[in-house]
Design a protein. Structure first.
Length: 364
């Protein structure tokens, strides 16, 4: 018997996460110059990082020989949210805190409920603990909260919800989410992933962190990878009751957020002009892409994030034709949507390049 066979069955049966194709990888494969490639695959901020964050990173380089101290970022997040510092858990991106929640509450013989077409990390985090995924059929490509509540079993310990949802962009009105929380048993954690919350229209935004006092089984996760433009630095956080946060910190790796990421995140929180510019650029870009997709006669899923998912006749074929033109989008066949593609909102010229390439891909 070899060493591979010694791993638990539930580990050997996991499919690894496949990220959006890097620009440099496509350049190697196709021989296309890096500067001629348009990447709209990973929901990154096309404006790059916050200018204040850039300055903070440059200054923080002088201290990289020291182990990081998370205190200042935790304090900044607590001060802005009205939570206690003991309620904040930092992660190496919000993926990290999602994994921490799974490691705390899931194990063989337990289960987690998630929606069809949900973010790939939810089943991955669940399965790595040996727990079972209960996948609830989607409703209009999004969460069916009534069906998800009905799917909770005595062995269920987590319900995963993304709002807005990735990769479909669906949004659950927050009164519906709060009503759902009131129906979930207190011994079941509800992980509310708000990676794209800053892209919501102001009228749709709700201070969900304030709900934790009423619902101590609620864990809210957020990231600096999207609107803040810090995807490459890897920093996110969870907000939870002090008791749950304490458990998550027990399984958290020490020094899981580096000095540069900590400095950038603190500075980015106060770069309100950059956040406003990013929001407005996304709004205009969404209008540009929706108009272009409609002009081509294609169906799309209304999105509340910084991306748009649309339907074609054959997602894999269209994707390959786009790649040959130097345009990277995200095929989502792995999400059960083989005839859909997801495109990130880019700069105006990037959106235009994508639409032009899509025309050729559909007609060529």
């Amino acid at each position: 018997m070899n060493l591979f066979a010694q791993a638990p069955d539930y580990i050997r049966h996991i499919s690894p996460y496949l990220p959006g194709k890097p620009i440099t990888e496509l350049a190697r494969e196709m021989g296309i110059p890096v500067e001629n490639i348009v990447k709209l695959a990973s929901n990154e901020n096309p404006l790059g990082m916050s200018p204040r964050a850039r300055v903070a990173v440059e200054q923080a380089i002088a201290g990289v020989e020291r182990y990081p101290d998370q205190f200042d970022l935790i304090k900044a997040l607590a001060d802005r949210s009205g939570l206690a510092q003991e309620q904040i858990v930092l992660g190496n991106g919000s993926n990290d805190v999602l994994d921490l929640a799974a490691r705390v509450f899931l194990a063989p013989g337990r289960s987690a409920v998630l929606a069809q077409h949900a973010f790939a990390v939810y089943p991955l985090a669940t399965l790595t603990t040996g727990a079972q995924c209960i996948v609830v059929p989607a409703k209009h490509y999004g969460h069916d909260l009534d069906a998800m509540r009905a799917a909770i079993r005595p062995d269920t310990r987590i319900v995963w919800i993304a709002n807005p949802n990735n990769p479909t962009g669906n949004f659950l009105p927050y009164p519906e989410v709060k009503a759902f929380l009131a129906k979930v048993p207190a011994e079941v954690a509800v992980v509310l992933d708000e990676a794209y919350t800053e892209y919501l229209a102001p009228a749709d935004r709700v201070d969900t962190l304030a709900w934790i006092r009423e619902f101590p089984n609620l864990i809210v996760t957020r990231t600096f990878s999207k609107v803040y433009g810090l995807a490459g630095l890897r920093v996110g956080y969870a907000a939870a009751s002090p008791e749950v946060a304490d458990l998550m910190n027990r399984v958290r790796q020490p020094f899981n957020v580096n000095n540069l990421a900590l400095a950038a995140a603190i500075a980015a929180l106060d770069d309100h002009a950059f956040l406003a510019e990013s929001y407005q650029l996304n709004r205009r870009g969404m209008e540009q892409l929706v108009a272009g997709i409609k002009q081509l006669g294609l169906e799309h899923i209304p999105s509340h994030g910084n991306f748009l998912t649309f339907k074609v006749s054959d997602g894999a074929t269209v994707n390959q034709k786009l790649l040959r033109q130097g345009v990277i989008v995200r095929p989502i066949g792995g999400y059960g949507l083989p005839n859909h593609l997801r495109v990130t909102i880019g700069l105006e010229r990037e959106n235009a390049a994508f639409l032009a390439a899509l025309v050729k891909a559909l007609n060529g």
